[in-house]
Design a protein around this ligand. Structure first.
Ligand code: 3PG
Length: 396
């Protein structure tokens, strides 16, 4: 893949696709992690003398319509503050924008345009015509084959990977392709069904796959325990059994918690009780792993060579069900392993327990992070790979 850092950008029109899809409330950005992650790329392009145009989506607006509530205006404002220079938001940009040297223009939400999501060729060609160099830097949207992530890369005069995208691919590749062992992954979330492919691919490569949340409940049931009224998927019990056997056959394991935190209600004031896994009552639901389990899992994290974390193991929004996630988060922070965390809820847990500085790499990807873990090819990366070889051949 051709990299932005290898190119002379001086006075070039450089169109950068970032993932600035951030949460916005009352016209203000409430978490600017993705904006901050894009800053080194934007600064590098400016330092290289580029005329910078930024593209991003925000939310999932109705296609073909301008919708003020999903405008990138709050992002432009935050970006202006962080960059320390004016970022000009342009509402109508697809037919051409004049950008001065040293200027940064933010093109309004790409998902207001008809054809963006369908990866329409006509739209992609128009985007490509805006630039001399297209920089794909939106790792968080690299799993979407859309006009601004994939189509434009086919037709731009030059298409390359931005520094953030390159960093993400390196960090994730490092964790999965040739990991320092033991490799321990934590995959948690409410349903086995939505993370089945991740569980499938990780169960073949990891030494230990720690499951949590509703996913763990299905595994607890698969191990033959009654899970009371816990969220779980009875239909997927055979799958859970198969995954446990598959992990074992490859020399790894998917451990089942020995104790759990239960409650009879699900709310902020619910009373938490610790139970052995074979003592869950019919009216109880599992909302966290228990203290013995958390300690045992924490030990294996401390001894790990590589850790991949996606998903809090309990309902950590309520403190009485957050101890398992806190203990694992602290073990990750204390571990000398190369650790990588990704996904919206995971990053909220990383923030809540204040370990952001002690995780080796925090991914900006949600869905893209998961698809990478599943071993899927990200279409916006694949097109850069094929353009890369073609561009290298053209360069002689
Ligand atoms: C994300 O937040 O995961 C990305 O920005 C992709 O957004 P999407 O799921 O709406 O395509």
């Amino acid at each position: 893949i051709l990299k932005m850092t290898e190119l002379d950008l001086s006075n070039k029109r450089v169109l950068i696709r970032e993932d600035l899809n951030v949460p916005v409330k009352d016209g203000k950005v409430t978490s600017d992690a993705r904006i901050r992650a894009s800053l080194p790329t934007i600064k590098a392009a400016l330092d290289g003398g580029a005329r910078v145009m930024l593209m991003s989506h925000l939310g999932r607006p109705t296609e073909g319509e301008y919708d003020e509530s999903q405008s990138l205006a709050p992002v432009a404002e935050r970006l202006t503050e962080l960059l320390g220079r004016k970022v000009r938001l342009v509402k109508d940009w697809i037919d051409g924008v004049a950008v001065e040297e040293g200027e940064v223009v933010l093109c309004e939400n790409v998902r207001f345009l008809k054809g963006e999501k369908a990866d329409d060729e006509g739209l992609a060609r128009k985007m490509a015509a805006l630039c001399d160099v297209f920089v794909m830097d939106a790792f968080g949207t690299a799993h979407r084959a859309q006009a601004s992530t994939h189509g434009v890369a086919r037709f731009a005069p030059v298409a390359c990977a931005g520094p953030l995208l390159s960093r993400e691919l390196e960090a994730l590749g490092h964790a999965l392709e040739n990991p320092k062992r033991p490799l321990v992954a934590i995959v948690a979330g409410s349903k086995v069904s939505t993370k089945l492919t991740v569980l499938e691919s990780l169960s073949k490569v990891v030494d230990r796959l720690i499951v949590g949340g509703g996913i763990a409940n299905t595994f607890i049931a698969a191990a033959g325990h009654d899970v009371g009224k816990s969220l779980h998927e009875p239909d997927l019990i055979p799958e859970a059994k198969r995954l446990m056997e598959q992990a074992k056959a490859k020399g790894g394991e998917i451990p089942v918690p020995s104790d759990v935190v239960v409650a009879t209600e699900f709310d902020a004031s619910a009373e938490a009780d610790v139970k052995k896994v074979d003592e869950i009552a019919a009216d109880e639901m599992v909302l966290d792993i228990g203290p013995d389990t958390a300690e045992a899992f924490a030990e294996s994290l401390k001894e790990a060579g590589t850790i991949v974390w996606n998903g809090p193991v309990g309902v950590f929004e309520f403190d009485q069900f957050g101890q398992g996630t806190r203990i694992l988060a602290e073990a990750i922070a204390d571990s000398s392993a190369f650790s990588i965390a990704g996904g919206g809820d995971t990053l909220a847990a990383v923030d809540k327990y204040g370990i952001a500085d002690r995780v080796s790499y925090i991914s900006t990807g949600g869905g893209a992070f998961l698809e990478f873990l599943e071993g899927k090819t990200l279409p916006a990366v694949a097109i850069l790979e094929s353009r890369g070889s073609e561009q290298a051949a053209a360069a002689g």
